[in-house]
Design a binder for this molecule. Sequence first.
Ligand SMILES: [Zn+2]
Length: 150
Amino acid sequence: VTLPYPTPTSTVVSRVMRGNRKVGTRPELRLRSAMHRLGLRYRIGLAVQAGHVRVRPDAVFTRAKVAVFLDGCYWHACNTHGTRPASNADYWVPKLANNVARDRRVDEALAAAGWTVVRVWEHESAIAAADRVAALVVRAKLGAWARPRL
Ligand SMILES: [Zn+2]
């Protein structure tokens, strides 16, 4: 079901919509440079196929099979900043719920395909998030080395 895209009725929504463009948003850049400073090397813009799900994480560690997503607080309905839209609620409430449901489907599909999924909130400290990613990448690599080669 495709719902028509309503005209934003408040400047807050307009600002949020502008701020959540898919490519090169500032929280994304902060996370990238924090990861880079830790010596992490990752791919940007890479599509990952996991079962029937094809997804483009914000950063991909191909060897470690770690997929990093930077989730905007509004679009992914963070508990702290995910506001419940009052205007156009008939449109936004199901749309945001769909986003969250899709996130969980993506997580499950990736996990089933052997990926480690890291979700970083837009509001998180980029440095703390990069530390978390680094730890998971190391762990994923260790796991890969520990698995018997067939
Ligand atoms: Zn938030």
